[in-house]
Design a protein around this ligand. Structure first.
Ligand code: SAM
Length: 356
């Protein structure tokens, strides 16, 4: 029997008290856009209400988590994403490799497609007293999808904004400080270009500078045969696309996306120190949840956290205007979660079916 704690028709989160596996079983197929969660780690700590993580072997722990990930696969839309953060554990001095064992079984047994393993660099690990191993300061966060293509992914929402090229005294200067004048000089001085290649290089450079002036490109680099250090010689037929272009045309361009470059898979985020620490052992830092939501949950989508604890996923989802469902087996944690989210809606006794 599910105890519906709270929901309403707006973006205010829906919290459900219960065992994750049972609650997930009540959700329809293909109904959720984005799942973000961090289950209890193996043999780390006892949460109020027990639950997953206290199994006598790590194999049992992984089996139990795999039952949850299987349900998540069923309820996730084909366009959906699943972000899983799990930490590792030692037993008899052996680092068990638990996150990767879980990820590999999800790939091999449940058809999940792993798109990234994000390294969450915590920047300040707990002080290690070990004399025979290093302190650990990172945890993996896996990004899984169900379909090879067509999953929702708003890359532009998280790109690192580039510095733009500028026009100075009528000349274009790229964001990295290279001017068209300098490239023209390089083309002129190259000893390896044929006359035809030189003419084509001037023309291509002019076209690129025009595109920069029109704002279609933020920056570029031009690699010119005989003018740059990285020149490929030899007659091999196995040249990469760019090396081939350099050999055949005498130059190539590297264009930078005007929307910026994609963020990397190393995220430096300090763990949450203040919020809820007294009442809960391991709250998510808000930034760890923010990027997955804006990147992989559409504005009208639903985010789900099956181990929601103090409700960080729901809280950030509400801030970003997304609906969310948070499940936890400890009423005390859900009460904290509710308090955090109060500003996003009033308490009422809605139900899960109408929320979706
Ligand atoms: C690592 S904490 C999640 C913390 C959360 N990310 C936050 O920001 O507060 C894991 C949570 O899973 C809950 N839990 C453990 N086993 C569960 C189960 N079988 N069903 C539902 N919740 C469970 C625990 O009560 C705990 O709050």
């Amino acid at each position: 029997m599910i105890d519906y704690l709270r929901s309403d028709e707006l973006v205010s989160p829906c919290f459900v008290l219960g065992d994750s596996l049972n609650v997930l079983a009540c959700l329809p197929d293909n109904s959720i856009d984005c799942v973000i969660t961090s289950p209890p780690y193996y043999m780390k700590r006892q949460y109020l209400g027990g639950g997953i993580g206290l199994e006598s072997t790590y194999q049992e722990y992984i089996d139990n988590l795999l039952k949850i990930t299987k349900e998540i696969y069923r309820i996730l839309k084909p366009t959906g994403s699943f972000w899983l953060n799990v930490g590792d554990s030692y037993k008899n001095k052996q680092l068990l490799n638990i996150p990767y064992r879980i990820a590999i079984r999800m790939q091999d047994e449940q058809r999940w497609i792993l798109r990234n393993t994000v390294v969450w660099d915590k920047m300040k690990g707990s002080m290690s007293n070990s004399k025979d191993s290093m302190g650990s300061e990172y945890e993996p966060m896996f990004h899984f999808v169900k379909s090879k293509s067509g999953y929702y992914y708003d890359a532009n929402s998280v790109r690192k904004k580039p510095r733009s090229a500028q026009v100075k005294n009528g000349a274009v200067v790229s964001a990295t400080g290279v001017s068209g004048v300098r490239y023209k000089r390089k083309i002129e001085l190259s000893t390896e270009l044929t006359e035809e290649q030189r003419e084509n290089a001037y023309k291509a450079l002019e076209e690129t500078l025009e595109r920069i002036k029109r704002g279609e490109l933020s920056d570029f680099r031009m690699v010119i045969k005989g003018a740059n250090q990285r020149v490929t010689n030899g007659n091999t037929t196995n040249l990469s696309g760019r090396a081939k272009e350099l050999q055949e045309k005498g130059f190539y361009f590297l264009f930078y996306n005007p929307n910026g470059s994609m963020i990397s898979d190393v995220w430096q985020i300090v763990p949450e120190d203040t919020q809820g620490r007294k009442l809960h052992f391991a709250p998510f830092p808000e930034d760890l949840v923010k990027t997955p939501i804006i990147l992989t949950c559409p504005q009208n989508g639903i985010v789900l956290d099956p181990f929601v604890g103090t409700g960080t996923t729901s809280y950030v989802a509400a801030q970003l205007g997304r609906k969310s469902i948070g499940i936890d087996m400890a009423r005390e944690y859900l009460e904290i979660a509710e308090d955090r989210c109060l500003e996003y809606g009033s308490l009422n006794n809605g139900n899960l079916e109408s929320y979706i």
